[in-house]
Design a protein around this ligand. Structure first.
Ligand SMILES: Cc1cc2nc3c(=O)[nH]c(=O)nc-3n(C[C@H](O)[C@H](O)[C@H](O)COP(=O)(O)OP(=O)(O)OC[C@H]3O[C@@H](n4cnc5c(N)ncnc54)[C@H](O)[C@@H]3O)c2cc1C
Length: 678
């Protein structure tokens, strides 16, 4: 079969689609972020890395690129989409700097902005933006990271002193892993249980000074250092404990809950759980940024592996005197191309998420339903992108052989630094539960939170019907799906069929999970915890299938937006690969559920292989379109390997020429064959 793809596709036409709504932010970063301090330095120790990253954070603040998301009146741009996009761009550089920036301006500054009030913004935001006030986001405790509603730190109001008493009651309640705590932080947004007039009103946040101007801990504050980590060693993660620290009343970030001088508590959100999750929901930008940053690291790893695979040669085909470039091997394509296709799919899903987040957060009165959907989507895509990063960076490391293991070739750094993305800003497994709960209508209305599974009483009316909400380009997707004829005859490249398969899997999985939950809820004597725990794997799988479908829909919408005909054709084929490869990866399930016959399953693998062949000539175009400036890559392999291969090719040519000369004079050519490079 010959490929129907154009021979040449202009990568800038694809780049234009990828750059999307915040193209100006991406352009600015590519053109102006060129400080060597922003790139990883190989071989530096922990203190050196921390020093450099602190210096770089200050330079970043001075460049004015950290303020996109903050209000205009303090020098920002009120543009949360631009703020996430700029973090994504920063993530092509040293990931420690990206995380340090995320802590300072995303978490610390973001909490002050979202949970604080005008008075507090007026007093602190400018210094936060300029990095004159380095700060921390101190939520996690040694004992509680995922279930943060159960934090043990207390902050008790005393009307006599008009202060809160902030206290760490035991070792497991100390704040742990806190970015900026070990070295730089002067203030922290500390999350603790708010107690006043003898009543606990749940977790709230306070601004708490932790170091004085000289860098010494404030009275009652104990600061520890988490020390060297598996990666991100430029970030000073540390521990904080509080021994009856007096916090003035006006340091409570009181947008969602206020305490009057006499200790009376008020809030516009009565339900404590709802209030807590509303507060957390406003901080969704952090989660969206982590997903987008994981995607940038993945693109960089693929850029390196694809370019290396274009020049690296191993083994010669029989009768050929030149060895084969490794990108020509089918199994190598099976590694890199589906990963590339998934990266494209996730890029479109992320762009849509950032756009939705920007629009939801740009209005004065936030729509609660839209906010819930946003949180669920942000959780799902954070999971998809960070797990994809972990898998793909490892795969790219292997695709570069031994060279991929050398620090100077960037991949070890990418691997070590992104590893924890699956854990911070919400552990991926726990986030999948949040996605799943969003799918169970009724649960979402009743709780919509990250709390445990163990609450009963809502199961009976949990789901009335399972209608899948279509996401991107609803009308287009409905049209494609409706146009599919008999499933077992539809061509595999029919986009409607691909979408239908994904929809079927999600719907079937969701209905099965609900059936099992219902059955458990009517089982005599089954403990509430067991009712859910018994189906947890099924429920999480449902969340995963939901994410796969949403991502495919975003890709379909992205292709539809592409105007350049050649770029559109190429993206269409990449989208086919993403869809078919995802179906192929789960073909056992589709066969078990009557969606694929054995013959069609074989045809599916053959179609994927044909797509790989068709896309092989476009691998470089697909990474070119990421438009990662060369000076950001910091991978020696890219400079050296092509030089080495050129030198080898020149030497081969010389040897051949000499052999031809010798043959003419009667000598054997095989005496002069070149051994493969080791
Ligand atoms: C480098 C780094 C930087 C960080 N920076 C900050 C920061 O600046 N500020 C801050 O507040 N925090 C920070 N954190 C903390 C981070 O957010 C937490 O580590 C994370 O939320 C996970 O919590 P945990 O470590 O307690 O893990 P746990 O919650 O104990 O999870 C351990 C395991 O249990 C599983 N698990 C938990 N609950 C369930 C369940 N219900 N069902 C099934 N499985 C479950 C998880 O999937 C996981 O595999 C940072 C962490 C790291 C490592």
């Amino acid at each position: 079969m010959t490929s129907s793809l154009p021979d040449l596709v202009d990568p800038t036409a694809i780049q234009e689609v990828l750059d999307g709504r915040w193209a100006h932010v991406r352009r600015d970063a590519r053109e102006n972020l060129d400080d060597p301090d922003f790139l990883p330095v190989y071989g530096e120790n922990v203190p050196e890395a921390r020093e450099r990253v602190t210096r770089a954070a200050k330079k970043l603040a001075d460049s004015g690129r950290v303020g996109y998301g903050f209000p205009r009146e303090y020098g920002g741009e009120d543009d949360s989409g631009a703020s996430v996009t700029s973090i994504e761009m920063l993530a092509f550089g040293d990931l420690s700097l990206m995380v340090k920036a995320g802590v300072q301006w995303g978490l610390f500054g973001g909490a002050l902005q979202m949970l604080g009030t005008k008075r507090q913004h007026e007093k602190y935001l400018r210094d936060v933006m300029s990095f004159d006030l380095p700060g921390c986001f101190a939520m996690t405790e040694t004992g509680h990271g995922s279930d943060v509603q159960q934090l043990r730190t207390t902050c008790t109001y005393d009307p006599a002193t008009r202060c809160f008493d902030l206290h760490t009651p035991h070792q497991a309640a100390r704040k742990d892993y806190i970015g900026n705590a070990a070295k730089d932080g002067r203030m922290a947004v500390v999350f603790a249980q708010l107690i006043t007039q003898g009543t606990n009103h749940g977790v709230h946040a306070w601004l708490v000074p932790i170091r004085d101007e000289q860098g010494n801990p404030m009275p009652g504050v104990t600061i520890g250092d988490d020390g060297a980590k598996a990666g991100l060693n430029g970030v000073d993660n540390g521990r904080l404990s509080f021994d009856h620290v007096q916090v003035p009343r006006d340091m409570l970030l009181d947008r969602y809950g206020q305490v009057a001088e006499d200790g009376t508590y008020t809030s516009t959100i009565e339900n404590e759980t709802r209030r807590f999750f509303t507060m957390l929901g406003t901080l969704v930008r952090g989660r969206v940024s982590v997903g987008g940053s994981a995607a940038s690291a993945t693109k960089l790893a693929l850029d390196i592996a694809v370019r290396y695979g274009n020049v690296r040669r191993q083994f010669a085909a029989p009768g050929e005197d030149r060895e084969i470039v490794i990108n020509d091997y089918l199994v190598h394509q099976r590694k890199l191309l589906p990963a590339l296709a998934t990266t494209y799919a996730l890029h479109f899903a992320q762009s849509e998420l950032v756009s939705t987040m920007h629009d939801v957060q740009s209005v004065d009165e936030i729509d609660e339903e839209k906010q819930r959907e946003l949180e669920s989507r942000a959780a799902g895509l954070k999971v998809a992108q960070t797990w994809h990063a972990t898998r793909t960076i490892q795969l790219c490391r292997e695709a570069c052989g031994g060279a991929g293991y050398l620090q100077e070739n960037r991949l070890p750094h990418l691997k070590a630094d992104t590893d924890v993305f699956t854990t911070f800003e919400g552990d991926n497994t726990v986030l999948l539960q949040l996605v799943a709960k969003g799918l169970l209508t009724g649960y979402r209305d009743a709780f919509g939170s990250l709390d445990g599974w163990g609450r009963v009483g809502f199961i009976a009316d949990m789901v009335r019907e399972t209608v899948l909400e279509r996401t991107a380009a609803r009308a287009l997707i409905a049209r494609l799906v409706d146009a599919v004829g008999r499933d077992d005859e539809a061509p595999m490249l029919d986009r409607g069929w691909q979408l239908k398969m994904m929809e079927f899997r999600e719907k079937h999985s969701l209905e099965g999970a609900i059936r099992r939950l219902r059955k458990n809820s009517t089982s005599e004597g089954m403990a509430p915890f067991d009712m859910f725990n018994d189906v947890q794997d099924h429920v999480l799988r449902t969340a995963q299938t939901h994410i796969d479908r949403v991502v495919l829909e975003a890709f379909v919408a992205g292709v539809d937006r592409t105007e350049d005909p050649a770029a559109r054709k190429l993206l269409d084929a990449v989208c086919d690969l993403y869809a078919l490869w995802t179906i192929e990866a789960d073909k056992g399930w589709f066969m078990e559920h009557g969606q694929l016959t054995a013959a069609r399953a074989k045809a599916l693998t053959a179609t994927v292989n044909q797509l790989l062949k068709d896309l092989r000539p476009h691998m470089t175009t697909l990474v070119d379109a990421f438009a990662i400036p060369d000076h950001w890559k910091a991978a020696k392999i890219l400079e050296e390997e092509s030089d080495r291969q050129e030198a080898m090719a020149a030497r081969d040519a010389e040897v051949r020429a000499e052999a031809e000369g010798n043959q003419a004079s009667g000598e054997s050519a095989t005496d002069l064959e070149v051994a493969p490079a080791q």
